[in-house]
Design a protein. Structure first.
Length: 165
């Protein structure tokens, strides 16, 4: 991973650790709100490739009543190049997790689970200070966390998206 001085401005703005960490924390909060436990680490790595990809983010369903399997059947293009996005964003996800652990927003739990220390009010406060697209990313991440929790075990969710642990 390049140092901050070597990164293009656009990359530094979009993929800065604080924003990515807030996005991950929103997904972790949504997951915990639905399931009452932390998010399995493999699912944490799936959040950024889904919510930062505008075509995928914009087509996500409005609520969790739509099953992930059914939605992916109707929106198969969301899986196109998903693995490549996941791999390219892996260092940024890792950096965001490290940042979150340093500032105390993300904590590891037993069994490879990760939780956020942020609550709904903290996330709402962060969302209010963001521009439209960044706001949308955090909101969709919160939804995605809930959706992941309802879709089944981590290996099932990953299989839906065409990846393996």
């Amino acid at each position: 991973m390049k140092t901050w001085t070597e990164r293009p401005k656009e990359e530094a703005y979009l993929l800065n650790p604080a924003f990515c960490c807030t996005t991950l924390a929103a997904a972790m909060w949504g997951y915990a709100d639905e399931k009452g436990q932390g998010v399995p680490l493999p699912l944490v790595f799936m959040v950024l490739p889904i919510v930062l990809h505008k075509p995928t983010r914009r087509t996500l369903p409005a609520n969790t009543r739509t099953s992930m399997a059914a939605w992916l059947l109707d929106n198969a293009d969301a899986r196109l190049l998903f693995y490549e996005r996941l791999i390219s964003l892996k260092p940024h996800t890792r950096e965001a997790i490290h940042f979150g652990m340093l500032v105390g927003w993300i904590v590891p739990r037993a069994g490879g689970l990760f939780q956020t220390t942020l609550n709904a009010r903290d996330i709402d406060r962060a969302i209010r200070s963001l521009t439209n697209e960044a706001h949308e990313c955090i909101m969709r991440a919160r939804f995605l966390g809930k959706w992941f929790a309802l879709a089944g075990p981590a290996h099932t969710v990953m299989a839906f998206w065409g990846v393996r642990p």
